[in-house]
Design a protein around this ligand. Structure first.
Ligand code: NAD
Ligand code: ZN
Length: 257
């Protein structure tokens, strides 16, 4: 049996599935990954900008970078990989939980595209937050993203009604993840007999522990990635190729070929 058919059978024989996605699934929608050649912005590495220290040191620079990333995401649309995962999550069996490290909102948009008002079950757990929301760096209040961010000076940056500086509602390197969202993702990982990992280098913890939890509970991992990752040796099936070509083929029911 070839690898794709084996993976498809594993996925559809499972009662519960957890899916973990990373920047690779959105790469073909035009959202650059952090580690790919387009990850750099004005010669800054994302690891230098996506930190609380960077925001304290130079909030205008960090906001400029997010304004640029927001403009990229606004010009992008979900792809066949996002849509196939939304359809999978709408099935009764396997019962599927989508967990994403992406902040771009494309899984959410795909779910709404595919299922309209019934999108609920196909909405992902966004463990690293969402780029289209703001959060107060002082009181934590969440608000929809400010439409136009003026970055000319710290005084011009958007502020909360409490006076605190607003920031994008994403989790930065060195910050804790939302305990409730992460807890739900870990629970889904422990209950799943299959963890499907798509387009992530599987390096950033604690999200990277999701496949480890499924493995530890006796489940298996299926990986979709253009390259080998630290997770590859642990995967029962590792499919090498793009998310848009492989995920739709994998998610469709085995009887369809
Ligand atoms: P990453 O950049 O470290 O890894 C991307 C992975 O995707 C790589 O392993 C690469 O081989 C693979 N890949 C690239 N193109 C692919 C394709 N077309 N099909 C399948 N696989 C492909 O990203 P990461 O592992 O998600 O971790 C980086 C962190 O950066 C995460 O926390 C994430 O939240 C954040 N991030 C998010 C976005 C986004 O929201 N779209 C973009 C960049 C980074
Ligand atoms: Zn506030």
């Amino acid at each position: 049996m070839d690898a794709l058919r084996r993976a498809r059978a594993l996925l559809h024989d499972a009662d519960r599935v957890v899916v973990l996605t990373g920047a690779g699934i959105s790469a073909e929608s035009g959202v650059p990954t952090f580690r790919g050649p387009e990850g750099l912005w004005r010669r800054h590495r994302p690891e230098e900008l996506a930190t609380p220290e960077a925001f304290r040191r130079d909030p205008c620079l960090v906001w400029e970078w997010y304004a640029w990333r927001r403009s990229i995401v606004a010009g992008c649309a979900p792809n066949d990989g996002h849509r196939a995962l939304a359809r999978l999550a709408l099935l009764d069996r396997p019962r599927t939980t989508l967990v994403t490290q992406n902040v771009d909102g494309l899984h959410h948009r795909a779910a709404v595209e595919v299922a309209g008002p019934d999108a609920g079950r196909a909405l992902p757990l966004e463990v690293h937050g969402a780029i289209h929301r703001d959060r107060c760096s002082r009181c934590g209040a969440r608000t929809p993203a400010v439409a136009e961010v003026s970055t000319s000076s710290p005084e011009a940056l958007p502020r909360c009604h409490c006076g605190g500086l607003l920031r994008p509602d994403v989790v930065w390197f060195g910050e804790a993840l939302d305990a409730e969202v992460l807890g739900a993702a870990f629970e889904a990982a422990a209950e799943a007999s299959v963890c499907l990992v798509v387009g992530t280098s599987a390096l950033v913890y604690p999200a990277a522990s999701i496949p480890e939890i499924t493995l530890g509970a006796g489940g298996v991992v299926i990986e979709v990635n253009t390259d080998a990752t630290p997770l590859t040796p642990w995967a029962s099936v590792s499919l090498r190729g793009t998310a848009t070509s492989l995920v739709p083929a994998l998610a469709e029911a085995p009887s369809s070929g």
